[in-house]
Design a protein around this ligand. Sequence first.
Ligand SMILES: Nc1nc2c(ncn2[C@@H]2O[C@H](COP(=O)(O)OP(=O)(O)OP(=O)(O)O)[C@@H](O)[C@H]2O)c(=O)[nH]1
Ligand SMILES: [Mg+2]
Length: 236
Amino acid sequence: MRQARKKKTQQKIVYEPEKKAKPAAQPAHFAQASFLISAPTLRECPDDEGLEIAFVGRSNAGKSSALNCLTSPRLARTSKTPGRTQLINFFTLDEQRRLVDLPGYGYAKVPEAMRREWGKHLGAYISERKCLIGMVMLMDARHPLTDFDCQLLEVAASRDLPVHVLLTKADKLKRGPAKNQLLAVRQELKEMQGDFSVQLFSSLKGEGCGEAWKKLDTWLAWPPVKPDEQQTADDL
Ligand SMILES: Nc1nc2c(ncn2[C@@H]2O[C@H](COP(=O)(O)OP(=O)(O)OP(=O)(O)O)[C@@H](O)[C@H]2O)c(=O)[nH]1
Ligand SMILES: [Mg+2]
């Protein structure tokens, strides 16, 4: 008995190194993104044709950083100071497909009148832009679902626009709290009307890119159907 107890105390605890998932490889079309144009207002946007995905969210949520993480070369300007992106920046993936970096909302230092003005522009862009096929909404994982986030989700739902939420800066939370936050936001989105999905994301660590690329590619209908394949499919 004594011997058995001795054996137990001598047992070595071996910690298995945490198995890290292999980072997903960047799909080629995200590696050939290029800057197209900056537009100060909706009127200066490119023609309302093709397929567009917009990155929206509070100021400083990490929109430009996420765009840079998902595409290469790094195209969007990021900054520690909120309100860095003040123009609507368009990036092309190919002739038909664009990603759009929008100025953030909710920056307290921007005068109220300007904030309201931008709110109107943003609402109009989301509800009127025909080529807009989906929105990536960025929320700081520590402060998700602000009032304005929810208002924009409603605007998107009103025109059946899918929204994929990236809970950014997930690296600032420990694994457990991050997972809980993900589940809580997923539940809240489920209770709202709309085609909404959510994932954790960290531009700093490059985490979550694979899942985000997959979602964007579904919306962008990538790989595109070649004209001869289209014909065969139509003939069937
Ligand atoms: N730790 C951490 N910091 C991040 C992450 N993403 C962005 N940041 C930092 O957050 C700050 C704001 O990032 P931006 O990408 O410029 O944010 P934005 O949403 O484009 O901001 P605006 O253009 O002002 O609306 C920068 O200092 C980034 O380095 C992340 O995943 N983790
Ligand atoms: Mg920005």
